[in-house]
Design a protein around this ligand. Structure first.
Ligand code: F3S
Length: 652
């Protein structure tokens, strides 16, 4: 057995500074008063009193003596009153507490502030009393949700969330993650003091390894009580105010290789910690001397000593499953059980979907109840840690994975992947802005991991959009490798421009120029197609560099020119309709899709100065086919040729 003192324990910088200021002032003024006890430690307060630092409960009680505002701070009105009524006020409010005052004091009256902490703690009272708006003290997420539910806080108003400096950081992170997910309007400030968080972290780390934790501090010190709560989650924990309260008999029941951890609250003087350490050390030396046998190996062999404690990782064999829970065997005297909520994060999954009798699973002990002989375990907490590690690997390898959308939350959806919750922000779901995220519910989706963090109790962010993009990019690359002129596609009209239409042919959009839409004359493409129309197209040309594809919607089987050359020949006299007039002649439609040119010199035997004076659009004319250029798909027509042959007939 050996003793280990948590790296960060005892006085924090804020308390050290307050004590130094008080002692300095007492020396200077002979006697000073503190508004409330300077620190939550009876013995340290008594020591200070001997030095001339007296605790008073009200400003009047100070009786004009220099007054010290302690590190917890006070409501703004109290500070102002003290300055009005006492000539010397020494403000020992901790810098970190002042920072919170500044945040809440700067809020407009219409805003709301949520203070995570104990409403009766002087620090929380000071914060609420310094706010520029209504502020509420809450201990957990349920109390916050109640404020939104009963309308005390509007879901779209300006709201900030801060925490008492000594609030448990992991709880703060968990609550703020939930608040962030549910109420986007809340601005969250992590005001848990680093000294507190570090102390809690060091205590937690030590408690995980220790068989017994001794937490030293004043009974009224909330940060010391929190340390005891944290340690209690991992091992047997004892809260003492001094060495006299140490339960030394407990040491005899510990294994010979046990670690006994010591931690202390922010208001515990170093001499108290030392006394506790020395007393424990004395006792352990005594026990070690008494027990020369190696108890460790004996205890290992004895099943009854497979002690379960909160935080212990175990292999559990599933014995039976019901709708509510799975009963498991953990090789200890207690019967283990895992409720559905501790089996999975998926609210839609049944117990029988997750485990079946005979399965051996990893689980962690959540609570041991020796009075009824049961131990509550959690599978999902172990999975969450393993899941985080796995998802970090997935992120590093940029792999695409698949999971099912389990929940639609504010700002996105939750996908469960191997029992780990992955948040996919709305902008990464691939659902267009304003679209319904509900359509994704219970559907399998492929996604990539874009963020994994251990903060806030583990947070993983995914992106369906990035996975889709990768698929599209691969399809595009394949498309450009295989595209050929003459390749046919069934496409959908995406947009219409004056010069043509863009057609979705899968991985890319191609352009059908107006002239390639149909064999007939076209005014505007919108006269022929509309957005959403399905049309058959063929590739005319493409440029992989510029990512351009030129398409044609003209069906070669309907080519009017083929029809024309099979039915008409040079010298034929036919009827045609004038469709347009230019400076050099008029175009007349012979059949739909084939127009012939009546050159200005072929309109009449007389000289024609103005074509419009002899021909009009829509006019039907009799013409002779005088030339067919099959290569260039051109036809020349003549009215003049008919006039001349008429004249020669008459002459004859
Ligand atoms: Fe200040 Fe942190 Fe101590 S807020 S009083 S340094 S615990």
């Amino acid at each position: 057995m050996y003793i280990e003192i948590a790296e960060k324990s005892g006085f924090c910088p804020g308390v050290k500074r307050a004590i130094a200021l008080a002692e300095e002032a007492a020396e200077k003024y002979g006697e000073v008063c503190t508004l409330g006890e300077l620190i939550h430690n009876e013995r340290a307060v008594a020591e200070l009193e001997k030095k001339g630092v007296r605790a008073v409960q009200s400003i009047e009680e100070a009786d004009g003596k220099p007054l010290i505002i302690r590190s917890h701070g006070v409501p703004r009105a109290v500070g102002e009153e003290a300055r009005r009524r006492v000539p010397t006020v020494i403000d020992a409010t901790c810098t970190f507490v002042k920072k919170i005052h500044k945040i809440v004091a700067g809020l407009p009256e219409s805003a709301k502030a949520i203070v995570l902490g104990d409403k009766n703690h002087p620090e929380v009272i000071g914060i609420i009393g310094s706010a520029g708006c209504t502020a509420y003290a809450c201990r957990d997420i349920d109390e916050i949700e109640k404020l939104f539910a009963d309308g005390s806080i509007a879901a779209d108003g300006e709201t900030v969330l801060v925490a008492q400096t000594t609030f448990d950081r992991s709880k703060f992170l968990d609550i703020s993650r939930k608040v962030g997910e549910k109420y986007g309007c809340v601005r969250i400030y992590d005001t848990v003091c680093d000294a507190t968080a570090q102390r809690q972290e060091c205590a937690r780390e030590l408690a995980k390894r220790a068989a017994l934790m001794i937490v030293v501090g004043g009974r009224s010190s909330s940060n010391t009580r929190k340390l005891a709560d944290i340690c209690g989650e991992y091992c047997e924990t004892v809260f003492v105010t001094s060495a006299e309260e140490l339960p030394l008999q407990v040491l005899k029941s510990l294994r010979s290789d046990s670690i006994i951890g010591i931690t202390a609250g922010a208001s515990t003087p170093a001499y108290t910690i030392k006394e506790v350490h020395d007393r424990m050390n004395e006792e352990i030396t005594k026990i070690n001397n008494e027990n020369e046998e190696d108890f460790a190996s004996l205890l290992e062999q004895d099943q009854s000593f497979n002690r379960l404690y909160t935080g212990k990782r175990v292999k559990a064999t599933v014995v039976s499953v019901s709708k509510k829970e799975a009963v498991v065997e953990v090789g200890a005297k207690q019967t283990g059980y895992i409720v559905r909520e501790e089996l999975t994060n998926d609210p839609n999954a049944e117990v029988s979907d997750i485990v079946k009798p005979g399965d051996v699973i990893d689980a962690v002990v959540v609570k041991v109840d020796d009075s009824v002989g049961t131990a509550a375990l959690s599978k999902k907490r172990v999975d969450a840690q393993l899941g985080l590690e796995k998802l970090q690997e997935v992120k590093d390898s940029a792999e695409t994975i698949e999971g099912t959308v389990a929940q639609v939350v504010k700002g996105g959806v939750i996908v469960i992947y191997e029992n780990t919750r992955v948040f996919i922000p709305a902008s990464h779901t691939g659902v267009p802005r304003g679209g319904k995220l509900d359509d994704l519910l219970k559907k399998p989706v492929k996604f990539k991991i874009i963020e994994v963090t251990n903060e806030r109790g583990g947070r993983v962010v995914g992106s369906i959009r990035q996975a889709n993009k990768e698929v599209r990019d691969a399809e595009r690359a394949k498309f450009w490798e295989s595209i050929e002129v003459g390749q046919k596609f069934e496409g959908e009209v995406r947009s219409i421009e004056s010069y043509g239409v863009f057609v979705d042919i899968g991985p890319v959009d191609g352009l059908v120029h107006t002239a390639d839409l149909t064999w007939n004359r076209v005014g505007h493409p919108k006269d022929i197609v509309k957005v959403g129309d399905k049309i058959s197209v063929v590739v005319k040309s493409f440029d992989p560099e510029k990512k351009r594809v030129s398409l044609s919607a003209k069906d070669p089987n309907d080519n009017p020119w083929t029809k024309f050359v099979s039915e008409y020949q040079k010298g034929d006299v036919i009827k045609a309709t004038v469709v347009s007039i230019t400076e050099f002649g008029a175009f007349a439609q012979i059949i739909p899709g084939v127009d012939g040119l009546i050159h200005i010199s072929q309109i009449s035997t007389e000289r024609v100065a103005n074509i419009a004076s002899v021909l009009a659009v829509g006019q039907e004319v009799e013409v002779k086919i005088i030339e067919i250029d099959e290569e260039k798909n051109r036809v020349s027509l003549s009215i003049k040729a008919l006039m001349e042959s008429e004249a020669s007939d008459e002459e004859e």
